[in-house]
Design a protein around this ligand. Structure first.
Ligand code: GLV
Ligand code: MN
Ligand code: MN
Length: 426
């Protein structure tokens, strides 16, 4: 058999195992009846416990770091750690999630180590399961990868979850309960980052492609808004005299949809809303909601955010109510590393899979890591483009394609290092 038919056979086995593992990990949840895993939660601990023996059986040394990221190291052929390739994605989820967003990328790292069948490479490999990418618990995304990249700013640490616990409290308590946890920051030997992820959209399927290569990731803004009207009796207050915060917010939401629809490539979403006091017979006095705006170009996104927030103020003014808005998260667009993209392209070609370059509308840990390390991302086709939904799925043949291409990547990367030396930024 040629090396590639061996790789293909390993990949077919690996794909079956990987999908069974996704199913097993889907049972680790903070809420029965759906998949929900949040930053440093009990379900996240369960996931670590389930994964630990898998990594150990593959000859990896496993530890969690002080930001709750699960990390497993596979030594280089010489045993030294002068160059390290980081491979991973996240282990947290959105509410009522699917079984593959994030988890698949972490398990891909493990599948690639297993696919080496005991062979060691001229570099060490670290597989990482980031503790938070979605921002489900604190609204702030990328806590795990920010800790690794040393950019978890002081200003973020005071964000609170629904119980009033701050990120800094949560981190302190986690470190106290895990005295063995290591410092989160990357060792200087880490030379590059590779992330596999389901596409979370319909493009690859529409092109009849199993795999795609991410060239850039769209910029994003997240905002909190609060509309302040006046709560009053629903039976006695004439329509003309009302200051209904929910009616104002509803009018604004339809404008958000219209404004975003008018700009090519712009997406804007109001995903959370609460009305107070929440009585069937009380006019809503306060409405709090979220806003998420994305575009491949930073300038288009920031202009849109301004227009959308101006619209909220104008609607509120006309209705005699007030609105407060805060942009609490801004993530500029990120371009991935041309050399790493080229290695990914060669690997897919070598494995026999045609590919295309694409922009990711979804956020990924690679957005945070890429400014610090040369990074590449490989997308897997996502049937129906369904993601952030329990029906999210991936085809076993596409996972096998990703493992096959990933095994080629590991060898292409060794060749690249050989030519280039360990400092890939140089
Ligand atoms: C994460 O999946 C995001 O794009 O918000
Ligand atoms: Mn997600
Ligand atoms: Mn994800």
């Amino acid at each position: 058999m040629t090396t590639d038919s061996v790789r293909a056979a390993i990949a077919r086995d690996g794909a079956r195992t990987l999908l069974a593992r996704c199913e097993a990990l889907a049972k680790c949840t903070d809420k029965s009846g759906e998949i929900l895993r949040t930053f440093l939660s009990p379900a996240m601990e369960q996931v670590h416990e389930r994964m630990r023996p898998w990594f150990e059986a593959a000859g990896m040394k496993v530890n969690a770091d002080r930001a709750g990221n699960l990390r497993a190291l596979y030594p280089s052929a010489s045993g030294d750690d002068t160059v390290r390739l980081l491979i991973g994605s996240h282990l947290d989820t959105v509410p009522n999630a699917g079984a593959y967003d994030g988890v698949l990328g972490v398990l891909m790292g493990l599948a690639l180590v297993e696919g080496l069948r005991g062979r060691h490479l001229p570099y060490s490999m670290e597989v990482i399961g980031f503790s938070d990418e979605e921002g489900t618990r604190f609204g702030v995304p990328f806590i795990g990868s920010r800790a690794v990249a040393n950019c978890l700013d002081e200003s973020l640490l005071s964000n609170k979850d629904v119980k009033g616990i701050t990120i800094s409290d949560a981190l302190r308590d986690y470190a106290a309960a895990h005295s063995e946890a290591a410092d989160a920051s990357l060792p200087p030997s880490t030379a590059a980052y590779l992330e596999f992820h389901i596409e979370q959209g319909p493009v690859l399927e529409s092109q009849n492609l199993a795999l795609g290569i991410v060239e850039s990731l769209a910029s994003q803004s997240r905002c909190h808004l609060a509309f302040y009207g006046f709560a009053a009796h629903a039976g006695t207050t004439p329509m003309i005299l009302r200051r209904d915060a929910l009616a104002a917010a509803a009018e604004w939401m339809t404008r958000v949809e219209a404004l975003a629809s008018d700009v090519e490539g712009l997406v804007a979403t109001v995903g959370q809303i609460s009305a107070e006091p929440g009585g069937v017979n009380v006019i809503p006095g306060v409405v709090r909601c979220s806003l998420d705006v994305r575009h491949a170009q930073d300038g288009v996104r920031s202009t849109a955010v301004k227009a959308i927030l101006d619209e909220a103020r104008s609607i509120a003014g006309r209705r005699g109510i007030t609105v407060e808005a805060e942009e609490y998260h801004t993530q500029p667009a990120v371009h991935l590393d041309p050399a790493m993209i080229a290695i990914a392209e060669t690997s897919l070609r070598h494995a026999g899979y045609p590919s295309m370059r694409m922009t990711s509308g979804a956020g990924h840990d690679a957005m945070v890591i890429a400014p610090h390390l040369p990074s590449a991302m490989i997308f897997l086709r996502n049937p129906g483009g369904i993601s952030h939904h329990p029906d999210e799925s991936v085809l076993e043949a596409d996972v096998a394609a990703a493992i096959h291409a990933g095994l080629c990547f590991l060898d292409e990367f060794a060749t690249y290092l050989d030519k280039k030396g360990s400092d890939l930024r140089a």
